[in-house]
Every structure is written in structure tokens, then in C-alpha cells.
Design a protein around this ligand. Sequence first.
Ligand code: ZN
Length: 350
Amino acid sequence: MAEVAVREVNGLRFEERDLRGNVPDLAKGGEFSEIPLVRRIDPIFGTGVRFVSGAKIQPDSRADVTELTAPGGFCPFCPGSHEKYTFPFPSAMVPEGKISRNLALAVPNIIAYSTYSAVAVYDSTRHFVPMDEFNPGLLYDAFSAVMQHVRDVRRYDPRAAYSSINANYLPPSGSSLIHPHLQSSNDYVPLTAQSVLIERARRHRKEGRGRLLGDYVDAERDGARYIGRIGEVEFLAPFAPSGFREVWAVFGGAADLVDLSDEHVTAFADGLARVLAAYVEWNLGSFNFALTGGGPDAEALGLNPLFRIVARSNPEPWYRSDVTYFERLYGELMVDITPEETSAGLRERF
Ligand SMILES: [Zn+2]
């Protein structure tokens, strides 16, 4: 077994080890040989990832979603429906009732998955937005609408201080509705990964360090996983991803979601549009994202809002889920693309 390679920077441990898989070599009549099987551990979340070689997990063609995304059937977010089937927030909670920003519309979520939640469509005038049509303006409007909900909720009930803005896009990502949307989640308690992030930041501070995510970006800025910066938002591929083609964005100059300025959202929307354009080029057709706030102590802990996006299996009949027992039951990603490859493909767009 190979030695562990550890790079320690700013109190962050970048750990990598080659587990060396023992497999028969087909070209040599089944003779056993060792092939690379690199495993890394994430310095922030502590999760493992193993990079397999010789697997063909990435799609080589784009999924045809024409039938899946065709209008028809009931959709609460389509024109003619959202006026009737979505409801305003109570005015004490959200003064606007329903939050409109150009084509984007944020309304209460019918399903109670958080104490205070909202669902926002990027475009309330059409049932489907293909991935190659997520331009910065569309993303800016949708994020602005959901951000408004988060700020309003925080004013209405300051105890609901654990906020995040998240999305599923098409069924392989878990989305139950085709009409593209994003959601806000505001709770009295953190989501699991949110609490891991917060506790990790607390430990970082106890060790006399600075800002956890700022230190992480500093450690990576000159390396092969750094993608680029737009305004105060820095994009990079994480050392040990938790999903396919994962990209992170760290928002400088803000601690929690409610601190994000218009400039932050503009810069971020620009960057996210570039990431999604690369996803299209890589024939990817489904994704999840999470923009996570640091809770009530975000400023004291030196946290920054963290955005993460991962590609999911393509929406096609009999698709293979990208979540195997490794991911679902062990919290460990098995992937055939490295963050260095993801970053290399994205850097030219930044
Ligand atoms: Zn619709």
C-alpha cells in the first residue's frame, strides 16, 4: 500500500493515497496487475472520494429531453396556472406576497420540508428552460427572488437563521417537477452538511486560524483546481468532490446569505452560467446545487457562503444512477473524472 501524501496548508489537510486496485489485465490473458486507484479526503467535509480509471461513467452524447420536457399536463408554475395554484406569502412574512423579478417568480412551497421555504421558477412564462439557456440574467433574477425570501424570513423570524438555496434539475437529480426551479430552506437547525461546515469552521477558529473557506481558497488559488474569480466570488473544483463535475464558489466579503450584495449575485450568476455552459458541452443534463449559509454565528466563525454544484445522471430511459452504495451508504464518491480535469475544462471560460 502506498504512502499517504499529505499537503498541510493553513490548517487544512489535503490527504491522498493510492490504494492500487488489483485486477486481471484482459490484454495479458487475465494476469493480475496493479492499477492506480487514488483516494482523497476532503479537508472541509471529511468525506472520501476514489478516482477509478478505465471506467466509462461520463455520457458521450446529450440526452434527448424533448418528450420529458414537453408542455402538457398539469404544472403549477406554467402561465395560466401559477396565478391560480400558487399562493402569496402572508404579508407580515413577505410584504410582496409573491416575489417577482422579471421572469422569475418565488412563491411558498406546498411541501413542508423546512420551517420556512420558498420555491422559485427561473421563468414563469415557459415550462422548460434547457440547460444551454441559463444565461446570467435569468439566474440573477431567480437568485434575487429567493434571496429576498431569505431576507424577509430572517426579519420575520430571526431564529430561522440556518438558510440555504438549493436546486434539483430534472428527475435524476430528485426533482419531482420538470419546470426548472430552485428553493430556499430556512430552519432553526442546520442541515447535516451545514452543521459539518459550521463545526469545521469552529475548529478552525479554535486552532487560531482565519476564515475556513478563505483559507481553503488561498491554499488552492495557484493550483490546478482553481478556476477563476468574478468580482468577490471565486470558483474552484474541490480537492475531494462529493459528486460528478463538482464546482464550488466561495463568496468573499460576506458571512451569511443575508449579507450577499447585488454585486455578489451578479458576479455569481455570471459564473454559474459559465459552469452550466460547460456542463452542456460535457453532455450533462441534470444537476443539484446548494448555496449554504453559515447560520447565526457565521460572522464570528469566519464563514463565507459556499455554493456547490454537481452533475447528476442524464435524464434518459433506463439511466444508470450516479449514486451507488458508495455514495448512498458510505458517503464516498466513486468517480472517473478528477477535479483537475473539471477545472481545466472550465478555466478557459473564466
Ligand atoms: Zn410548467
